[in-house]
Write a protein that binds this ligand. Sequence first.
Ligand code: ZN
Length: 158
Amino acid sequence: MEILRYPNSVLKRPSAALLTVGNEAREMLEKMAETMYSNRGIGLAAPQIGINKQLIVVDIGDGRILRLINPLVLKKEGKEEMEEGCLSVPGIYISIKRPKKIKIKALNENGQEISLEAAGLLARAIMHEIDHLRGKLIMDHINPIKRLRILRKNGYGK
Ligand code: ZN
């Protein structure tokens, strides 16, 4: 699948929660995983392939892939700043403060509710993908003037 890039409007729209988890959702998650791996990403959210549904996949390279549906953050702990990129905004890297540790709940690909604690890069990747489900991109974390400057410098917009 092709990855949508900024400023595609699908990326700015909030995504809808899934009411049921069936084969359709599982197929979407598989397509997303394939697309993430073929682009060497560590995470992907459904809106990045044009689907405004609450589905994310994350694999930070520790041999485990997370497929999460309707993810919800229950707890955040600490703060850590690190530079981030995004497959939908190639060339742009922004330093973003995110929680060091999180606790989330979600549905897995079988529709079962799971809860998960994550720290460090895994927590960051999950938070980044959850941002996508709310229509939020990395540059939405910085002020509009700085944002415009970074976007222009990298050939986005006029
Ligand atoms: Zn992204």
